[in-house]
Design a protein around this ligand. Structure first.
Ligand code: F6P
Length: 323
């Protein structure tokens, strides 16, 4: 193998740069040239390729975002539209591809691998942590830390003003960020898409636990079936008319910033492993992590199955409430 391609796709995640660095440097170590593809599958279709130099990836391990750019490319679902990507890969002499992204990006990688007949490896890069088969995705740990630190700030002002805050965190289809940030920030309650939200019961709980206390924080996953934090506040208001309610939507703050130790290390180890898998001719695998060991997961499983957070963690929050 002489040349491999690398792209980042979907929502960016802190640690993607660390992965790009590890792939480029380790490939070079093995005498392989890395081709950086700009803006995900969009760049693949348009032939926006860069021959990566060692120095291109110096001093980027600490940077958030992705140096290659990312995109959500709907067009790539269309076989006709993909033909240009297939041709570009062949013309550039790319013999293996590493895709860093979420399940949507892996779907694109999976079909492309068949159409060009080259091996493809996926690295899980998403703050949502919703990929089946791995304990952690690149970017998740950093996003959690960002959320927890934001909630610490909200707690200061919430208790100064005796307010109940509904804080919306990302997770379109998944409650990983909400559930784990709720535990670590000392939130009183959490609403996630994986469990049923009962607005009336939540109102009663807030009323009981708020006695003699100065603040309550409810973390709302954006994908909760009752809606985001604004919807929840609107729905609960009639039950808590005497309460001071506020909403904060953390938004894209959660996706940026310098990656944590954990994400840098995960991205670096996974990047090197991805290159070595391609060299062995292994294809259609995602690199995951379990008990600090890197593992491989069938790309098909990562695409078709959905990861669910440990729902017992919700009970932990309940066990900390006053009766
Ligand atoms: O990358 C995943 C994610 O952060 C989801 O949690 C969120 O719903 C979505 O991306 C937002 O995407 P965009 O930046 O395209 O609006």
């Amino acid at each position: 193998m002489k040349k491999i391609g690398i792209l980042t796709s979907g929502g960016d995640a802190p640690g993607m740069n660390a992965a790009i660095r590890a792939i480029t440097k380790s490939a070079m170590h093995y005498g392989i040239q890395t081709v950086g593809i700009r803006d995900g599958f969009e760049g693949l279709m348009k032939g926006r390729f860069i021959n990566m130099k060692y120095t291109d990836v110096d001093n980027i391990i600490q940077r958030g975002g992705t140096l290659l750019g990312s995109a959500r490319c709907i067009e790539f679902k269309d076989k006709e539209a993909r033909k240009s990507a297939v041709q570009n890969v062949k013309d550039a002499g790319i013999e293996g591809l590493i895709v860093i992204g979420g399940d949507g990006s892996f779907r694109g990688a999976h079909v492309l691998a068949q159409e060009v007949n080259i091996p493809v490896i996926g690295l899980p890069g998403t703050i949502d942590n919703d990929l089946y088969g791995t304990e952690a995705t690149i970017g998740y740990d950093t996003a959690l830390n960002t959320i927890v630190s934001a909630i610490d700030n909200i707690r200061d002002t919430a208790s100064s003003h005796k307010r109940v805050f509904f804080v919306e965190v990302m997770g379109r289809n998944s409650g990983f960020l909400a559930l784990n940030s709720a535990i670590a920030s000392g939130a009183e309650s959490v609403l996630i898409p994986e469990t049923i939200t009962d607005i009336k019961a939540l109102a009663e709980q807030l009323r009981t636990q708020n006695k003699g206390r100065r603040s309550s924080i409810v973390i709302v996953a954006e994908g909760d079936e009752e809606g985001g934090a604004m919807d929840i506040m609107r729905k609960i208001q009639p039950h808590l008319e005497d309460f001071r309610l506020r909403t904060t939507i953390l938004g894209h703050i959660q996706r940026g910033g310098s990656p944590s130790y954990f994400d840098r290390a995960l991205a670096t180890r996974s990047g090197v492993m991805a290159v070595e898998l391609l060299m062995k001719g292994i294809s259609n695998k995602m690199v995951g992590i379990k008990a600090d060991e890197l593992i491989t997961v069938d790309l098909k499983d990562a695409i078709e199955k959905h990861a669910i957070p440990n729902l017992e963690k919700e009970d932990i929050l309940k066990k900390l409430l006053t009766k």
